[in-house]
Ligand binder design. Structure first.
Ligand SMILES: C[S@@+](CC[C@H](N)C(=O)[O-])C[C@H]1O[C@@H](n2cnc3c(N)ncnc32)[C@H](O)[C@@H]1O
Ligand SMILES: CC(C)=CCC/C(C)=C/COP(=O)(O)OP(=O)(O)O
Ligand SMILES: [Mg+2]
Length: 299
């Protein structure tokens, strides 16, 4: 971290400066920082190139077959990519819907912000300031470059920072979220930090994949997803328990499993497959894995 970063962080934080933890702090977090610094899968870059919103999350909603065309050529692949991207942006729109109304002078926090697509969408919708944290310097640079290109760098900013120890002041944040980034951290530590930074009455939202306690234990497909991404998927039960322990009271719990399957089934037919499609499709279908949105009030 540079001295300039320290100045910025100190200015941002009133009471939290002493708990700010620069990233990464554990060997595991070092692995995750390296993973995302080195990530350049076409399925993410080519989808982001469609409109300049770069996501590292999956899609929801029905596939619009009329948008796909039927010619088996380059044009139809382009349409398929645009359709996959439409579904991943629909996922982010749903997350933002659950933040509720925001004021222009509110500050929002994207915990595990990736390349920043959700942050840009949040700023465009609410007009407010959005602060993102990621372990990856490459991702933070990418997100800040996009913000500059869009002329919104005064409002959208990413930093290299551990989401378990952020520089944001206690009770200063109107809403915060994790979009497919909570499977890299201990949930009690994570929700303690969200609970600290959120104002009383503030809103927390996550969209996540979680294993289903009704299945018993993580299935072989869930273990395959963990190995593929070097993450540690939690159970639905763990989410609800860790929220309850940290003054985060669920207002909505939405099972998006059926809504995400069309994305996966379409992706499995594209040239951009990565090999993980079968694990997602099979685990969603056998009930061992769920795609969930949880919106909670900070009480
Ligand atoms: C799958 S990506 C999701 C990115 C983004 N939320 C999106 O929807 O496009 C996971 C993100 O979590 C971040 N991450 C994982 N562990 C983290 C930690 N301890 N602190 C901050 N970011 C973390 C990674 O750096 C990466 O940006
Ligand atoms: C729902 C779960 C368990 C998510 C794990 C976290 C993760 C890697 C999300 C997608 O990232 P990505 O967009 O970089 O992945 P891909 O390259 O497969 O599109
Ligand atoms: Mg992706």
């Amino acid at each position: 971290m540079t001295s300039t970063d320290l100045t910025t962080d100190a200015a941002l934080s009133t009471s939290a400066a002493s708990v700010f933890i620069p990233a990464p702090v554990t060997p595991y977090q070092g692995d995750i920082a390296r993973y995302w610094d080195g990530e350049a899968r076409p399925v993410n870059l080519r989808l982001g190139d469609v409109d300049g919103l770069y996501h590292h999350h999956y899609g929801i909603g029905s596939v619009d077959r009329t948008a796909l065309g039927d010619a088996d050529d380059g044009a139809s692949e382009k349409k398929l990519i645009a359709e996959l991207h439409r579904l991943e942006s629909a996922q982010a729109e749903l997350l933002l819907d659950h933040l509720g109304p925001m004021e222009r002078d509110d500050t929002l926090v994207d915990a595990g912000c990736g390349r920043g697509g959700s942050m840009v969408m949040a700023h465009q919708r609410f007009g407010c300031k959005v602060e993102g944290v990621t372990l990856s310097a490459k991702q933070a640079d990418f997100a800040n470059q996009r913000a500059r290109e869009l002329g919104i760098e005064d409002h959208v900013h990413a930093r290299v920072c551990n989401m378990l120890g952020t520089p944001f002041g206690t009770g200063q944040i109107a809403a915060s979220w994790n979009n497919e980034s909570s499977m890299y951290v201990d949930l009690h530590d994570l929700f303690a930090e969200h609970s600290r930074i959120l104002a009383a009455g503030g809103r927390y939202v996550t969209i996540t994949g979680c294993w289903n306690p009704r299945y018993g234990q993580p299935s072989k497909w869930v273990s395959q997803i963990n190995a593929h991404f070097e993450c540690n998927i939690h159970s639905r039960r763990e989410y609800l328990r860790a929220m309850a322990d940290n003054r985060l009271v669920p207002q909505a719990v939405i099972d998006l499993t059926a809504a995400t399957l069309p994305y996966w089934e379409l992706r499995a037919t594209s040239s951009l497959v990565t090999g993980i499609e079968e694990a997602f499709i099979n685990s969603y279908k056998d009930g061992s894995f769920q795609y969930l949105l949880i919106a909670a009030d900070r009480v």
